[in-house]
Design a protein around this ligand. Structure first.
Ligand SMILES: *Cc1c(COP(=O)(O)O)cnc(C)c1O
Length: 235
């Protein structure tokens, strides 16, 4: 089942890359394993996937310490300041930096662990109240300069969550906004931010069309998440 799901997802990515003349090598597939257990992660690993995403620090921490394989971990959820220490201890990438306070804390913790933490800034590209992320251009631009000056941070990209809607034009608008923002920031700040983390199960093909370099895909790989179950039960 999982093997078949992954085969289909890869096929759709390749198909979309062929259509848009993009190189599949420049698109990283991150399997979002939240709410799924170690056995399922191992099955996905066996299909050759090495990048996994989690949105709760505690869940990441447990999986990080229990799984023996060499995995690249991506933290993609809301990060509270008091949990930064644990996130930095586990995650190769943190996709959800949305304030100077958080960037400062990550830099500090990474420094004490002798680590250069790769981060992305989370941008809000939709009008949905529930979504978090930065919106104000001058604030984002300033945060980019701060990040570049922090010795233990490496700012590698921008992340967004597309709007939850059936209107694909709105989804496309949100993704193209992220790409344009990256290009504008690179021009204004003389930086070379490369990665665009966007696209989930319902919208990853549009994300590829709009330039995504990191796809965060959960249910198309693992199957539907069972939210009636606490994540601890699946471990
Ligand atoms: C859960 C989650 C995903 C994956 O969602 P699917 O719809 O299952 O592909 C991607 N990004 C974030 C931030 C998530 O929390």
């Amino acid at each position: 089942m999982i093997a078949e799901n992954i085969r289909k997802v890869r096929e759709r990515i390749e198909q979309k890359c062929a259509e848009t003349k993009r190189d599949p090598e420049e698109i990283k597939l991150i399997a979002v394993s939240k709410n799924f257990g170690i056995d399922e992660i191992n099955k996905v690993y066996d299909e050759g996937i090495r990048d996994f995403g989690e949105n709760r620090v505690q869940e990441l921490d447990i999986k990080f310490s229990r799984i023996r394989h060499e995995i690249t971990w991506h933290f993609i959820g809301n990060l509270q300041r008091n949990k930064v220490r644990f996130a930095v201890g586990c995650a190769d990438y943190i996709h959800s930096v949305d304030s100077l306070m958080l960037a400062t804390e990550i830099n500090k913790r990474a420094g004490s662990m002798n680590k250069i933490q790769k981060v992305l800034l989370q941008i809000k590209t939709s009008n949905e109240e529930t979504k978090s992320g930065l919106t104000d251009y001058s604030e984002i631009k300033d945060l980019v300069s701060y990040c570049n000056d922090f010795p233990n941070l490496e700012l590698i990209g921008l992340m967004t969550i597309g709007p939850l809607t059936n209107d694909m034009q709105l989804v496309r608008k949100s993704f193209s906004q992220l790409r344009k923002l990256r290009n504008r920031l690179n021009g204004d700040n003389f930086t070379n931010i490369k990665e665009l983390s966007m696209g989930m199960t319902s919208d990853f093909e549009i994300a590829i069309e709009e330039g995504a370099t990191m796809l965060r895909i959960g249910s198309a790989i693992f199957g539907e998440r069972d939210y009636s179950k606490d994540w601890r039960e699946s471990l």
